[in-house]
Design a protein around this ligand. Structure first.
Ligand SMILES: [Zn+2]
Length: 295
């Protein structure tokens, strides 16, 4: 699905990339063959290809129309960016902007860009290259960035882990610093209200400053959770981190809390990278949780 409703809000899915992303043994450092095999029937064929042993991933933005405002949640990987840390994202040429146009929007229509965190595949379209310079892709937008991640990932401050720095090589320089230099940004913390019914919350672990977005409109709820989960396997096993989580124990705690809240509030959950229907509901099942894709 490419279009969703949450109360009075319309949500558009803007796709950048889709494909086989990683074997589960790599994506999930907590992988156990027995646990995976016991649950795999719930994620095939959309989220996992047994024939190639690959988890299927999407890189996508969520565009929310709220009142008259157009708010882009996460900005994918971007074009023409050298990414030695994750070659699959390197020097891309994708139909992202034409997909945005197909959904009915030009880059200059976007009022606000929100980056859930400052990883390679969530800030890329913040900028694009014009005459050798990185300039804002969304010429009229304010960019909302998590204050904690802005400090953590700034190479000049040296806070990021060695593994994180390798993954995120060049990312701050070409996709965040140009926005800071032009003062097009606002650094925010948990509790920041973006618009009526849209509030950012802290979701630390995947990165220290990772935020997720709670949405309430006309009695309906949604949660835009970024990289707090990469696969429905992590709804079945919230203790399974991704290989890219900076702080494993914080990431597990955040994932479980978000899953519990989604189940209790019946919120529609929009992760950054889910395949299939791309959004999911979560129900309690036994002592755990289960994904429901009939949304
Ligand atoms: Zn991501």
């Amino acid at each position: 699905m490419d279009k969703f409703r949450v109360g009075d809000i319309t949500v558009h899915r803007i796709e950048e990339w889709a494909g086989e992303f990683s074997p589960p043994q790599f994506l999930f450092p907590d992988y156990s063959e027995d646990i995976f095999n016991a649950n795999v029937s719930q994620i095939v064929p959309e989220h996992y290809h047994p024939s190639s042993n690959m988890i299927v991933g999407y890189v996508q933005s969520w565009l929310l129309e709220v009142g008259g405002q157009k708010i882009l949640f996460d900005s994918c990987s971007g074009d023409d960016k050298p990414r030695p840390g994750i070659p699959i994202f390197s020097n891309l040429r994708t139909p992202y902007l034409s997909n945005l146009e197909k959904a009915g929007f030009r880059p200059e229509d976007i009022d606000i860009v929100v980056c859930s965190h400052l990883h390679i595949d969530h800030v890329g379209w913040n900028t694009r290259q014009v005459d050798g310079q990185w300039v804002p892709s969304f010429a009229n937008a304010k960019y909302i960035l998590p204050r904690i991640d802005r400090s953590y990932w700034d190479p000049a401050l040296g806070h990021a882990s060695e593994g994180g720095r390798a993954v995120n090589q060049n990312v701050f320089e070409d996709s965040v610093q140009p926005i800071l230099d032009l003062a097009r940004h606002e650094l925010v913390e948990a509790g920041h209200v973006i618009a009526e019914g849209l509030t950012l919350a802290a979701g630390p672990g995947h990165t220290p400053g990772h935020m997720f977005l709670r949405v309430q409109s006309a009695g309906e709820r949604a949660m835009f959770v970024g990289d707090i989960m990469h696969s429905p396997m992590q709804i079945l096993h919230p203790e399974w981190n991704s290989a890219f989580c900076e702080d494993g124990s914080a990431a597990r705690k955040t994932r479980r809390a978000v899953i519990e809240e989604a189940a209790q509030t019946r919120a529609l959950v929009f992760p950054a990278h889910f395949a299939g229907r791309h959004a999911v509901r979560i129900v309690e099942k036994g002592t755990g949780f289960s994904p429901v894709f009939e949304i």
